[in-house]
Structures are given as structure tokens and as C-alpha cells.
Ligand binder design. Sequence first.
Ligand code: TXA
Ligand code: MG
Length: 342
Amino acid sequence: PETRILSVDEEDMKTAVGEAVALLAAGEIVAVPTETVYGLAADAFNADAVAKVFAAKERPAFDPLIVHISSLKELAEVAELPEDIAGVVKSLAGAFWPGPLTIVLPKTDKVPDLVTSGLPTVAVRQSGSVIFRNIGKALGRPIAAPSANRFGRISPTSAGAVMKELDGRIPLIIDGGACREGIESTIVKIESRGEQRPLIHVLRAGPVTKEELQKFGKVVIEKRVTDQPDAPGQLESHYAPRTPLLMFEKPEDFRPEPGKKYGLLSYRGDPKAGYMDLHEWEVVEELSPGSGKLIEAAVRLFYVMRFLDEQGLDAIVAEPVSETGLGVAIMDRLRRAAVSQG
Ligand code: TXA
Ligand code: MG
């Protein structure tokens, strides 16, 4: 189909909500902004609609989708709350929902197996985006939505980026402007330990940081990176620009090949980081030119990766970011982008 972009009017979301809901209710798929990245939405209870999501993304069926609820009432429709973890799940939901935290829970029978790739669990979150939640409320059903990019590519943080990924494959993109978080939600799985504090396994680092989660249990960052279908969310070759992305232990390890064009993905253009004066870069892009803060870097990360990818470079060199707070999630995305080049 021809892909249409429809802008959200701040005062009057009704038109955008109405058009998105009409398509979703008819079993179609629509790209919708969330606070993290743009999602490709389908009625979570309609397996045929969900199948269209996998097709448009060219996503392998073994990689399950996140289900977005618009109210806590909907949580009970999609997930069970085992007694031993109900308390911590409710605390996490109370603290971070609506927001960028996804919780993996046992699924109910209502959720089609295609959504969860046959897993007995479902990944659930309530998005912090008002437009996304309004669409969910008006639809009256939970929404399955992965990031609105083709499989293995960079997640889109603007309607234009979705267009580049999925033009001609979906009927509608709701344009809600740039995403305010810029990287995908933190995914956790809870393990009860009886009398002890529960374990919170972080399956994907994201905007909700280890430091924030520690209040609710003992946090374990899952470092496992694999291409095994039984370990979803941990696929190695994610977030990949087409241009090779290189990272080094120390700046001096970079050995440019003569005649090749290199771009630098710098944190804030600071020569003290050791990269700015290392080479005559074709182009330098800064993750955090304004504030020098990690939140700005996260918001700009995928935008800058996309931009550099379009510059016809032979390779992109990325400065490492300090791994505290949001820096953990940013480095996770950079490493995966780098590793996928083999
Ligand atoms: O911020 C986000 O999470 C965005 C927005 C659209 O909500 N969504 C997103 O979806 O990033 P996606 O499909 O690109 O990534 C979801 C990840 C996948 O890597 C998938 O393997 C993992 O969540 N996942 C889904 N269900 C799971 C489950 N039952 N157990 C473990 N991991 C799961
Ligand atoms: Mg994704």
C-alpha cells in the first residue's frame, strides 16, 4: 500500500486516534510513536494482524513482540501475576508505568502464540506516550508493537525514520514528533527468592537504569549475547547501521586504511576523549553537544547513527561512553551495532 503520514495535532488528537483505531480494528498495522521509539502496532489478540507485523519487518517468528496495555485492567487480560512476585511487579508498575519499563510475565491463553513466539511468557508495558495510550484505550484491546524498523536495523525515533524503513509496507504512520527517550524500554524478568529480596534480571538495558531498579530487588544485568532463538531480546546483530561501526579499547588502537573515509561518533566533541585529533574525520557527529548529559545522548543516539550511515563512509568510529546510569543502555546499543559487523 501507499504509506501515509498523519501528524498529531496537540489540541485535537481525535483525527489521528480515529484513523489509527479504524485501521487496527480492521486488522491492519500502523506505526505509532511511543516515548522510547516508534512502534509498529497491531491488535494483540488478532493473530492475522500480528502476522502482518512480522512480514512488514521481515522479522523471524522466533523473536516475540511486546504487548502494550493502556490500563492496569488490561494487564490481567494478557498476563498472570504469580503470588510470589505480585508485590514487586505492582511496585515496579506503580513506580515506572506509564513509562519505559517492560516486564516479562507468564502469559494468559488470550495472547496468541505468535505474539510470544510460542514462549509461555509475555513482555508487557504501558507506554508513557499519551497518543499511544489513547489509541489503545479507543481500540479497547492491548496492542502488540515491536520497534517500527526492519529486522536487525536501527530503531526509528521519528516518523521520517519509520518512512525510510517501512515505506510501501504499511498504510499509516502517526507522526508525534521525536521520541523523548530515544532508546528502547528496559526489559526485566522477576525471580522470587522466598524471604530474600527478589532478583530483577535485566534482559535489555534501557531508560530505566540499574540504579533505579535497585530499590525493588537485587538487580542482575544479563550479559548474555546470543543468536539462540530461545533467548529472545539478546540477539547479537541488532541496531546495525549498514556502514561498519568500530569501537576500540583505546583511541590509539584505531588504524585507518589509506584512502578510506571515516566518520566519528563523538560523545561531545571533547578532544580530551582522545578521538577528535586522532584522524582527519570526514564528518564528526556529537551525541550530546548541548548538555553533555547522557539523556541527550540517548535521545540522539539512533538519529545520529542513521545520519552517519547515510554519509557514504567506509566506517564509523564510535567513542565509548561511561557506563553509569543510561550509559549502560547506550553502550549496549553501540556494542551490538559494532559486533554485528563480525
Ligand atoms: O521501547 C520499546 O520496548 C519499543 C516500543 C515500541 O515499545 N519496543 C521494542 O520492541 O523495542 P522490539 O520488538 O523491537 O523489542 C522487544 C524485545 C525483543 O528483543 C524480544 O525478543 C523481547 O523484547 N521479548 C519479547 N517478549 C519476550 C519474552 N516473553 N521474554 C523475553 N524477551 C521478550
Ligand atoms: Mg526492535
